[in-house]
Design a binder for this molecule. Structure first.
Ligand code: BTN
Length: 241
């Protein structure tokens, strides 16, 4: 379903899930203008109307244990990565947990909201924001970039959306078929800064560390002078060199 404007496609999808008849798995809600988009860590997600992809996909991964919900993050990140990689090549990466990066710049991000039932995931609202045809970003957008800034060419949003959905479906079905190692290893192989010594901050401490992997449940594994440490999203800031 394509909406002219909405506060947030994640909110819209969550509302129809709680208000109406059953919503089929695979439902996609896309908005031309998302005027109150939400990002990770309570951030806002700003996107110029009509220029970018802002959409949410409904998955029902009831075969995934709630403790393993990071596998859904892996599936969604890989789907976006694979849709973009024929266009953008090897500078593309996935910045843990689920940002899409080109070099050191952010092309897109995700807000995945899982609705649990007991120890299973009942619904997963996978919200994706990708900068496609936007040329200018406010200073507050930090290190944002877009497909058009990289390739100097505009892209048809609907075609890119279809590619992303196809690739997410492919990874989702392989997860469902039990290929969890394949999904985890592929995610790892696409990771930004993997095996590179870089600077980070955690709890007021600035340190040089090397990303070595991601735990099954989604914590980032970093080699630190004191030994190997695991970090959650709230505990870690990636610093520039
Ligand atoms: C981030 O990097 O902070 C995550 C950004 C997620 C933005 C998308 S746009 C579609 C969906 N609806 C929202 O309100 N947020 C996500």
């Amino acid at each position: 379903m394509s909406l002219k404007e909405v506060d947030s496609t994640n909110n819209f999808l969550k509302n129809i899930l709680s208000n109406s008849k059953p919503v089929p798995e695979g439902t996609v809600i896309m908005a031309e203008d998302q005027f109150a988009g939400r990002g990770q860590r309570e951030n806002v997600w700003y996107a110029e109307p009509g220029k970018n992809l802002t959409f949410s996909i409904l998955l029902k991964p009831n075969f995934v244990d709630a403790r393993m919900q990071f596998d859904v993050t892996r599936v969604a990140s890989l789907g976006v990565y694979d849709a973009l990689s024929p266009l953008l090549g090897n500078q593309l990466s996935i910045k843990w947990p689920n940002d899409i990066y080109y070099g050191d710049k952010k092309l897109g991000g995700m807000l995945i909201e899982n609705i649990l039932q007991g120890s299973q995931i009942k619904n997963s609202v996978v919200g994706i924001g990708l900068n496609v045809n936007q040329n200018n970003f406010p200073d507050t957008a930090g290190n944002a970039t877009s497909v058009t800034q990289i390739l100097h060419k505009d892209y048809e949003l609907k075609n890119l959306l279809a590619e992303i959905c196809n690739h997410i479906e492919r990874y989702y079905l392989s997860l469902k078929a039990g290929s969890v190692d394949f999904v985890r290893n592929t995610y790892l192989s696409r990771l930004y800064r993997l095996n590179e010594a870089k600077r980070y901050e955690s709890n007021g401490e600035v340190f040089t560390g090397t990303i070595r992997g991601v735990t099954d449940n989604g914590l980032l594994i970093i080699d630190h002078a004191d030994g190997q440490k695991h970090f959650s999203l709230k505990e870690l800031v990636f610093l520039k060199d």
